[in-house]
Design a protein around this ligand. Structure first.
Ligand SMILES: Nc1nc2c(c(=O)[nH]1)N[C@H]1C(S)=C(S)[C@@H](COP(=O)(O)O)O[C@H]1N2
Ligand SMILES: [Mo]
Length: 267
């Protein structure tokens, strides 16, 4: 009974902030209360996160331009990896990503492991934004996902945190993915804590109202809307909270950064 009351309060808070709550009816069903401990933790964190988001917006936080549904590009080019392939990724595609896990670890008090289904039951944000690639093309797309701030709040970011690192399932040296271990050809990215906590920074699972397809990063990708295309990591498996990224892969905070691109890719 107390849980139901708290959830009603929670949903009120989310509705008040203009966010959508996906799968509302499921949230109210008693059996959804038996979900994983990670999921419960994130749900419980949602309310304080809503307040923090409102505070940021009231303080005049810079938002990326959002567009109308009619502005969505009929064709959104896929770039970089179109399909990570390999036994591991292909198996996950065949399973409809039912066994895909998003791990959140590093400098956190509560490491989390969430399924895509868990993420889909959490408060979501939808936004239509423009993606700009350094190769000279842009496209407008609609994204829905869980605000990263909510996940970080649930995991409990520890003091000393400066960056959030995203590990992807694709390897650009053609080496098959090993399911999260870092090798030099593996795509990864990092952003600072301010961008990580920004309300438009999402772990997205839908593009233009449909589950992300393989070309655009299935099942999970980053949207960090005030930065360039190469920061928008696709095929995310793991999020690590760190104080420093010099010891990770090539040491420059991202696959392209290790090959000379700027770490801060502001638009
Ligand atoms: N895992 C992964 N993420 C990635 C890339 C990639 O090759 N692998 N390419 C990046 C680049 S350069 C761009 S422009 C965008 C392209 O996203 P899209 O394929 O959805 O257009 O993804 C970025 N994220
Ligand atoms: Mo790009």
């Amino acid at each position: 009974m107390t849980i139901i009351t708290r959830r009603q309060a929670l949903i009120g808070g989310i509705a008040g902030s203009g966010l959508l709550l996906t799968g509302c009816s499921r949230i109210f069903q008693a059996d959804s209360l038996t979900e994983s401990a990670s999921f419960q933790r994130v749900l419980a964190a949602a309310q304080s996160w809503t307040l923090a988001t409102q505070r940021l917006l009231l303080a005049g936080g810079q938002m990326a331009t959002e567009y109308k549904p009619s502005d969505i590009s009929p064709h959104f080019k896929a770039n970089g990896t179109y399909n990570p392939g390999g036994e591991y990724y292909n198996r996950n595609v065949a399973q409809g990503f039912a066994n895909w896990r998003l791990r959140i670890d590093g400098l956190v008090t509560h490491p989390l492991s969430l399924s895509v289904a868990d993420l889909r039951r959490l408060p979501a944000r939808s936004q239509i934004t423009r993606h700009d690639c350094v190769e000279g093309w842009s496209a407008i797309g609609g994204w829905t996902g869980v605000p990263l701030a909510l996940l970080l709040r649930a995991a409990g970011v520890r003091s000393g945190t400066r960056y959030v690192v995203f590990y992807c399932a694709d390897n650009l040296d053609g080496e098959p993915s090993k399911g999260g271990e870092q090798s030099p050809g593996q795509y990864y990215e990092s952003i600072g804590l301010i961008d990580a906590m920004h309300p438009q920074t999402l772990i997205a699972y839908d593009m233009n109202g449909k589950p992300l397809d393989v070309a655009h990063g299935a099942p999970l990708r980053l949207r960090v809307e005030r930065q360039l295309g190469y920061k928008q990591a696709k095929y995310i498996q793991r999020i690590q909270v760190v104080s420093d990224f010099r010891s990770i892969s090539g040491g420059h905070g991202g696959y392209w950064e290790d090959r000379g691109y700027d770490w801060y890719a502001g638009i």
